[in-house]
Design a protein around this ligand. Sequence first.
Ligand code: ADP
Length: 483
Amino acid sequence: MQLSSAQKALLGDYIHADAAPGRFAVLNPADGSTLCYVQNQGAAETTAAIAAADAAFAGWSGLTAKARSIILKKWNELVLAHLEDMAMLVTLEQGRPIKETRGEVTYGASFIEWFAEEAKRAYGRTIPATLPGKHLQTIKQPVGVCAAITPWNFPISMITRKVSPALAAGCTVVIKPSEETPLSALALLTLARQAGMPDGVISMITSTTAKEVGEAMTSDPRVKKLSFTGSTPVGKLLYAACAPTMKKVSMELGGNAPFLVFDDANIDDAIEGVLASKYRNSGQTCVCANRILVQAGIYDRFTAALVERVKAMKLEPGWQEDSQLGPLINQKAIDKVVHLVDDAVAHGAKVATGGHVDGQGPLFYQASVLTNVTEDMEIFSTEIFGPVAPLFKFDSEDEAIRMANDTPFGLAAYAYTRDIGRAMRVASKLQYGMVGMNDGVISTEVTPFGGIKESGIGREGAVEGLEEYLSVKYISYGGLGAI
Ligand code: ADP
């Protein structure tokens, strides 16, 4: 499956039909074909983009919030006007089913819309003075040039979730999208330019030398903030690299989400929750249910019902309209899933369904359920990032909470119970930045997304998302006389 002429039109001069030095191939994970080639940029281009962002900062931050908002709204409209082509670009370069990638485009656009609105609400405060003749005030100002490094699993929304609040606040941005998914990122850039985004306000670095680009970003004193979404090890490296210039950072890192199902849960609802939270994007999201903890009284009933539903899921190339699961992103992802399943089985887990790479291609992994999974298996402590649901058994609420919190990660957690007291206790005790209580799909543009512990720092979306790109300045006006 190849790019259509409408998709190519969105990518313009950013893409090339042929291999050449200084270019890299963008692959279709479903069939291994090459979609096109893009520029392989490095430190020099990154530094030039930072210089352009620095030069554009005064003009962009000097606009009224409303003027910036108008451009953002136009960008949102253009993204939605190209929904189908943008969605197919994501499906082609990432593998995800088209039904889901349409959602990725509207979800991505929702951040542009939200922050276009929030741009106008970067309020400061007036604080009652402690001495006569003084006026105490805070104002919010854009932090400056920002760098954003994004992953491949939500190739549109991970960009818009960072870039829209940055732009709304008055910052300029240099983005490094994942080398796996540069096409949807470049299409976003085309539409931003069409919306009237001035030169230098957004730049994009497509690269296979992430380390080199990251170093150019983190070492440059003109960059005042780094926002990163990706793996915890890379996040730690980047956090350290930001220390010498004391950059502000936001880090959205790995998770190990527990999904608790209590005896008193509505089982049908819990099954829907697991299906949504585990198998969406073939299990390749940082808020995916990673450990499904089921209370002993319903374990067998829950397992049977889940397995029946999972068996019926359609694993097919993402461009087929009824596809529910596509290929994983690359061989490394497959190797990890195979290893985790093998380790679990070697230690006594049972494969209730799936458990193998599928015959239709090397990157297709079957929707799988493992039972009899225990805490000594690697899958308990490792983010799977694949369509495998490991089912653990617990007896008491205390045991469930202990198991759920037994991880250095703290991004998202889920729990299903119809007991109001238990719901409130459990929500409070789960050591996570986000909790879905009787809810398997929690991400929205209007709520703060982010983790605690080793899952990260900062929040994206919501009112909090704008604050990440603003500095608070306190101004004390003295000598005013009686006011
Ligand atoms: P994943 O395993 O999900 O790809 P990564 O953390 O490796 O997660 O990648 C997320 C983003 O971070 C991608 O854009 C990738 O290119 C980038 N990246 C990976 N390693 C580095 C690094 N050393 N410095 C800067 N960016 C990096």
